[in-house]
Design a protein around this ligand. Structure first.
Ligand code: GLA
Length: 385
């Protein structure tokens, strides 16, 4: 996806001079590994083609000023006063990145103000990490303009801190890593304990396969209670089992977990423990056989999220079932849950039929018409010009 036409001109209209650069970062979908990141486990997301762009240039008034092509107002904060700000609305994700850099010890005493204009095609509230795309686009822009020299994993931590500390969403690090480390036709395996990333080839086109993202239009927000309550259940489960993180349990430990934990906590734990195994099995199947071999793992992941972790919604279940009935190899909720999107692995030759079947099934249930996107794993954050 290329820089939107007119973005540099709109920036110049707003700030009086053209931008010195335009940076961008993509949204993400998760192939498999849900609610495993904050349990120190494994995730396998990929970056999507939709991106968030950040046109920027330094100013001499000491203010970090952000505006968006979608919203008329400008939000600003003094670079010298980053420790005493409250953030609200979309701009909090951008200003929060500067706050996070400061909180993590970056000396911004001599850093100039920066003007930023944001444009984005990443759908909002669709479970495709529009927030991480915004954080990462701003993070790489500030890293360059302020000459910070930070590596990508540090920038991922900055984005996560912005999300946790400035926005108040207790999320893990998967989304920021996906948006910063994505590669074309690859998923990113992240071990959240070591923070080691491995690019995993998908070879979708060679196998005649495509990925559909089915946005249910049921909006979700990770600052709402559902995400945090699942995280708490995981932490409770780990404490009761005597381990620092659920990552430290294996499927063999589930027998004892069933005795020690109440039924609900046990099911939350079972999801995470089995999901970690499914991520590793998916990577193994991709490297030994290819993408045709991972469908049942995707579907098992969905079943586990629906029944054990209880984060799906009827709209997503309907989309998953309809896609499977119409010939998808596998399909599952993607992202934090409680709405958002499902992802389906489909034969390219059947993708239109499958998309139609999903729309028809949703209409039969009187659900909102899902938006169905044909996504290709894409390159991560970059400087575009
Ligand atoms: C959201 C969070 C991630 C991760 C997923 C669930 O996308 O931002 O950190 O926890 O939910 O896998």
């Amino acid at each position: 996806m290329t820089v939107p036409a007119g973005l540099a001109d709109r920036f110049a209209d707003l700030s009086g001079e053209p931008p010195v650069g335009i940076w961008s970062a993509p949204g993400r979908a998760n192939l498999i590994g849900e609610h495993t990141d904050y349990n120190n486990g494994f995730v396998l997301p990929f970056a999507i083609d939709d991106r968030t762009w950040c046109a920027a240039r330094a100013n001499d008034v000491g203010l970090l000023r952000v505006a968006s092509t979608a919203q008329p107002s400008t939000h600003s904060v003094a670079v010298a006063q980053l420790d005493s700000v409250g953030f609200e609305g979309w701009s909090g994700y951008a200003l929060g990145v500067a706050w996070a850099l400061h909180s993590m010890g970056q000396d911004l005493t001599d850093a100039p103000g920066i003007d930023i204009l944001i444009d984005s095609t990443v759908p909002l509230g669709a479970g495709l990490s529009s927030s991480a795309a915004l954080e990462s686009a701003v993070a790489i822009a500030l890293n360059d303009l302020w000459n910070l020299g930070l590596d990508r994993m540090t920038l991922a931590k900055v984005g996560q801190l912005a999300e946790n500390g400035a926005i108040g969403a207790p999320t893990g690090i998967m989304d920021q890593v996906a948006t910063l480390f994505g590669q074309e036709d690859h998923a990113v395996l992240l071990d959240c304990a070591s923070l080691r990333t491995t690019a995993v080839p998908l070879h979708l086109e060679a196998h005649g396969l495509s990925l559909l993202v089915m946005d249910s239009k049921v909006k979700h927000a990770h600052a709402d209670g559902g995400y945090a309550s699942r995280r708490e259940a995981c932490e409770r489960g780990a404490r009761a089992m005597g381990v620092p993180f659920l990552r430290d349990l294996t499927v063999a430990d589930l027998t004892r977990a069933r005795e020690v934990l109440d039924d609900e906590t046990f099911r939350r734990v079972r999801h995470v423990v089995t999901e970690n195994d499914r991520v590793l099995a998916t990577v193994e199947a991709l490297s030994t056989v290819g993408p045709d071999a991972i469908g049942s793992l995707l579907l098992a992941s969905h079943t586990s999220m629906r029944d054990d972790f209880e984060i799906s919604v009827p709209e997503i279940d309907t989309a998953v079932e309809a896609a499977m009935d119409a010939g998808a190899l596998g399909a599952r909720l993607t992202g934090g849950g409680f709405g958002g999107s499902a992802v389906a692995l489909v034969p390219t030759a059947r993708k239109d039929k499958i998309a139609d079947a999903v729309r028809t099934a949703c209409a039969e249930h009187a659900f909102a018409e899902p938006e169905i996107l044909d996504v290709s794993p894409a390159q991560g954050a970059r400087c575009d010009q």
